[in-house]
Ligand binder design. Structure first.
Ligand code: ATP
Ligand code: PRP
Ligand code: MG
Length: 286
């Protein structure tokens, strides 16, 4: 048990970000609740206390300084106008925030002047419209915003889009640029000293992100092809090289982005590398 005061962290208790947040914290070595009815969980070994709260409220608790850190969506942070700032993007819960209306192709953002726009994110939409000098009436709804046009309370909607299937089902089409691009983020209070233990948490979460997004590649390569091979696998910092028992050959190890692995293996083979192995990274601290 650490001597430090407990680091208090807010975690989404429901909704799209809840399960993935818990999973990421577990992978980072923290205890997490097993019963979704639990409101608080103490992880004594790590000196952390987790509070399970509505994602929309998390920026408020962190902004008020009641809790040190929180996980929420970037769109929710901006919408809340709370005194909290983004510390680290967490690589899940990716969405875009978009306008949509029936027959979207014929709409522009300028057409929204004087219209009724339904949204659950009134703060975010108001800020965008003000920034573009557009006066419109916002109809604040709690959810299922897509039905508002068909039901006659709005002319257009502004909402979270992941796959776009909900909008399509409601007969709505996207128009205009994305108001913002969101994902789950770690937040802390604005203009406040760094909470003790933040560095360790960020290193652990970054370790999870790296393990999720990278593979380790190892291969053997003749000395004269080393530069060409290393240009394909520069690694995060630099590739690791070691001599092989086979004269004139070297073994190389480097981290590579997961999505590029097949092409990288092909290119290494083409420059003359052999015994090309790609493996998972289970955990790391960089
Ligand atoms: N498929 C998705 N649908 C909605 N939000 C998503 C999706 N994927 C990720 N998110 C993100 O999750 C957050 C919204 O979470 P959630 O859906 O729990 O909130 P909510 O809709 O306000 O709550 P609830 O629907 O439980 O009343 C936003 O940051 C949003 O960008
Ligand atoms: O682009 P898609 O993949 O269809 O996902 C986006 C939809 O999912 C969310 O709704 P949610 O299920 O949270 O219900 P709510 O509108 O009641 O919040 C969001 O508000 C959109 O309606
Ligand atoms: Mg929702």
């Amino acid at each position: 048990m650490s001597e430090r005061p407990l680091l208090k962290i807010a975690v989404p208790n429901k909704g799209s970000l809840s399960e993935a947040s818990t999973e990421m914290l577990r992978e980072a070595g923290y205890r997490q609740r097993h019963d979704t009815k639990d409101l608080v969980l103490l992880d004594e070994d790590n000196g952390v206390e987790f509070y399970y709260l509505r994602p929309r409220d998390i920026a408020v608790y962190v902004g008020e300084g009641t809790l040190d850190l929180g996980i929420t969506g970037r769109d929710m942070l901006i919408d809340s106008a709370a005194a909290a700032v983004e510390v680290l993007p967490l690589g899940f819960g990716g969405t875009r925030f978009r306008f949509a209306a029936p027959g979207g192709a014929s709409w522009t953002v300028a057409n929204l002047a004087g219209k009724r726009i339904a949204t659950s994110y009134a703060g975010l939409v108001r800020e965008y419209l003000d920034g573009h000098g557009i006066g419109a009436r916002l109809i604040k709804l709690d959810g299922a915003v897509e039905s508002s046009v068909r039901l006659g309370v709005a002319d257009a909607v502004a909402d979270v889009v992941e796959t776009g299937s909900t909008l399509k089902r409601a007969g709505l089409e996207l128009f205009g640029e994305a108001i913002m691009t969101s994902e789950a983020i770690l937040i802390q209070r604005a203009d406040a000293p760094e909470p003790a233990g933040l560095g360790r948490l960020v290193r652990r979460l970054t370790g999870v992100l790296t393990a999720r997004n990278y593979y380790m590649v190892e291969y053997n390569v003749p000395e004269q092809k080393l530069d060409a091979a290393c240009a394909i696998t520069p690694g995060l910092d630099a590739p690791t090289m070691s001599p092989l028992a086979k004269a004139g050959w070297l073994a190389v190890r480097a981290m590579i982005p997961r999505q590029d692995a097949p092409q990288i293996m092909d290119r290494l083979y083409d420059v003359g590398a052999d015994a090309i192995l790609v493996t998972n990274i289970v955990a790391c601290r960089l």
